[in-house]
Write a protein that binds this ligand. Structure first.
Ligand SMILES: [Zn+2]
Length: 318
């Protein structure tokens, strides 16, 4: 702000000096014309005519030198003045510059700045548009909404083209690793398998897999019925115990968590999930790692962190 004021003061000073030097130039030019109007004066004593002509030429030369000097002064002050960018033409808006009130309100100056910003934005937009047009992505060019949605729903080929033997071998390997877990294959329907996983002496988990992809988890108490009367597996009835229903919810969250964070290999999410389930083997023994109590609202610590699965109440989780 101070720089602007100083610059304005400097410009005003230059204008004042330029006006003074212009007046001086006008005076010296007038002297030249007056001298030319008077012409060569007649010789008074009629014996030195050549001498009067010499005097005239000498005076004329002096006046011209004065004109030259004053002209240089004017030119010097004109060159030292800084051109003001707001004097460009803005259509009808330029009439604002003629209003003396704009000196107080700065309306015209603000309008000019806005116009310049707008022009610059247009230039940048044109450059960006040309760059984007020259680097268009194929996926945004060709794929329509329906095709794109279909592609997004499709699973990676490694989940679909997995051989049954590979799935069996992987499940056998996984069943050996976590202690305190008992596996039982209940049913196989094509790529879909239903497993019964018993965690210590705590609860039973019904786990539905498509190849190695976990699709449904249901946690029930050890003494709860897992089959309908006709002998088919019950995949939909929730446990009658609040504790098991809470663990079912957390287990589904764990399935989503591990499936999204370890989606590169199909068996890794299942492996992490089984290790997470193993942390429930002492559900009714271990106290909460935060508050140190066993029960909270009549429930044991039913929540486990996905990275560090230690016993924790729902209300105590960080
Ligand atoms: Zn607690």
């Amino acid at each position: 702000m101070a720089d602007t004021i100083n610059q304005a003061k400097l410009t005003i000073s230059c204008i004042a000096q330029a006006i003074t030097s212009t007046q001086q130039l006008r005076s010296t030019v007038t002297n030249v014309f007056n001298l030319l109007c008077e012409g060569v004066k007649p010789d008074e004593d009629h014996d030195g005519r050549g001498r009067d002509r010499k005097k005239f030429l000498q005076k004329f030369q002096e006046h011209l030198q004065a004109v030259n000097k004053d002209y240089n002064e004017v030119e010097k002050y004109c060159n030292s003045m800084i051109p003001t960018p707001e004097l460009q033409v803005l259509g009808p808006l330029s009439h604002l510059s003629l209003d003396s009130n704009t000196d107080k309100k700065n309306t015209f100056r603000d309008a000019v700045q806005t116009y310049e910003w707008n022009q610059r934005m247009h230039e940048y937009a044109q450059i960006a548009s040309s760059i984007l047009l020259s680097h268009q992505l194929k996926r945004s060019q060709s794929s329509g909404g329906a095709i794109l949605a279909k592609r997004r729903r499709a699973l990676p080929p490694k989940f679909q083209n997995m051989s049954s033997q590979h799935v069996e071998n992987t499940l056998q390997l996984l069943a050996r690793q976590p202690a305190d877990l008992t596996f039982k294959l209940i049913k196989t329907l094509g790529d879909t398998r239903i497993l019964q996983v018993t965690v210590g002496r705590v609860f039973t988990v019904i786990l539905m897999l498509r190849n190695l992809l976990m699709e449904k988890v249901l946690v029930k108490g050890l003494d709860e019925e897992l089959y309908y009367e006709n002998g088919t597996i019950d995949l939909f009835s929730e446990s009658q115990f609040e504790c098991m229903r809470r663990i079912t919810d957390h287990a589904m969250t764990a399935v989503l968590q591990y499936s999204t964070t370890h989606a590169t290999q199909p068996e890794i999410p299942l492996k992490y999930f089984l290790l997470w389930l193993q942390s429930y083997k002492n559900l009714f023994i271990d106290p909460c790692s935060i508050c140190g109590k066993h029960l909270d609202g009549g429930l044991p610590p039913v929540w486990r962190d996905f990275r560090n699965p230690v016993a924790c109440h729902d209300t105590c989780r960080p």
